[in-house]
Design a protein around this ligand. Structure first.
Ligand code: GDP
Length: 361
């Protein structure tokens, strides 16, 4: 499954956040969660629709979609040259499908900052520089053979051009993710290189409570990494939240003026940048959010439930979540109101589709 690698300088709150993530079953008591390896956390994708559906169809069992996070050892200056845990760090990050960069903004004199001062922009530059240098190395290693193949007409000239373009973007100090968002390069053109900075980035600013309320500062930080997504959270607060039961956690969130925990936000944004979406099934056995890629068709979605469903696909009976709730889950009413859609092979799945697949065995 797709994973999000958590990176950042030492002492910025990565472990605090990761440990809280793997305990993040507050506000979602029924959500199962699991840890496969010590540095891998599978967390539920928060979805307020699921308990509503479970109520309507009278089931206890809710199965949410999940998001997988991998805690990657701290990066330091010089990682791209093998400093510190450099090589291991880079190998781990290559395996991730998106990058969650944790940046320290909180002030606490008791906790040493590796660079001696709190400077989010400088920290981001330190980390991204290491990633960009590693990508440049990848390109420099690949180019001699590509140029030889080009002379021998064994490789497409357009591909070599795209690789050189990526090189000049990185040399100018810009990540491929950032340049692609600005339309300067198409990530698909250099996909074969598996560049680290071509992965989608999410920035998590670990802030203290005062900063969390400082809209001006948050905007400044968000703008500094846009169009990449940013999330503001207090890792210590998030960690405290996960120690509470559901009601106390809700109260503590409300007291802090928050509607949703930072970790829930992170799971949602992470799921989205991975290019994933869900569709829903609702029956007496269970209510479930199934994970698919954005843009998948009905037969592809059916295949996630069972390969037979995809092979023998006939059609999908679909009602939207809103229509389902409006009819209080009554299929009779849904049909009478003409809200049950029959979709065929080419139908592209939409968020909030509640589905029953019809298939031949
Ligand atoms: P890592 O090296 O990035 O994994 O950082 P840790 O999660 O180990 O955190 C380093 C230190 O900072 C620990 O003593 C944490 O308790 C503390 N810390 C983490 N997050 C926060 C925060 O939001 N506020 C404050 N004041 N301290 C924090």
């Amino acid at each position: 499954s797709l994973t999000i690698g958590i990176v950042g300088l030492p002492n910025v709150g990565k472990s605090t956040m990761f440990n809280a993530l793997t305990r993040n079953n507050v506000l979602a008591e029924n959500y199962p969660f699991a840890t496969i390896e010590p540095n891998t956390g599978i967390v539920p994708l928060p979805d307020k629709r699921l308990p509503v559906l479970a109520d309507l169809v009278h089931t206890e069992k809710i199965v949410p979609a999940t998001v997988t996070f991998v805690d990657i050892a701290g990066i330091v200056k010089g990682a791209s040259e093998g400093e510190g845990l450099g090589n291991k760090f880079l190998a781990n990050i290559r395996e991730a499908d998106a990058i969650c960069e944790v940046v320290r903004a909180f002030n606490d004199d008791d906790i040493v900052h590796v660079n001696g001062k709190i400077d989010p922009a400088d920290d981001i530059e330190t980390i991204n520089t290491e990633l960009m240098l590693a990508d440049l190395q990848t390109i420099e290693n690949a180019l001699p053979k590509l140029e030889k193949d080009l002379r021998g007409k064994k490789v497409d000239a357009g591909y070599v051009d795209a690789v050189r373009k990526a090189q000049s973007i990185l040399e100018a100090g810009e990540t491929i993710d950032h340049a692609a968002a600005a339309g300067k390069i198409d990530k698909a053109d250099v996909y074969d290189l598996h560049l680290m900075t071509a992965k989608p980035f999410i920035y998590v600013f670990n802030v203290d409570d005062n900063e969390l309320a400082d809209e001006e500062m948050k905007k400044r930080l968000a703008d500094s990494v846009a169009p990449a997504q940013s999330i503001f959270l207090n890792a210590q607060f998030e960690s405290d939240l996960t120690d509470l039961d559901e009601n106390d956690a809700r109260e503590m969130l409300a007291d802090a003026g928050l509607e949703e925990s930072g970790l829930d936000q992170l799971a949602r944004v992470g799921f989205d940048v991975l290019g994933l979406q869900t569709f829903l099934t609702a029956g007496v056995k269970e209510v479930r959010a199934w994970q698919i890629h954005q843009g998948w068709t009905a037969p592809q979605a059916a295949g996630v439930i069972h390969s037979d469903f995809e092979r023998g696909f006939i059609k999908a009976d679909i009602v939207s979540y809103d229509d389902f709730v409006a009819a209080k889950g009554s299929m009779t009413e849904i049909k009478e109101e003409g809200k049950l859609r029959q979709e065929g092979r080419d139908y592209v799945m939409q968020d909030g589709d509640i589905v029953e697949f019809k298939f031949n065995v």
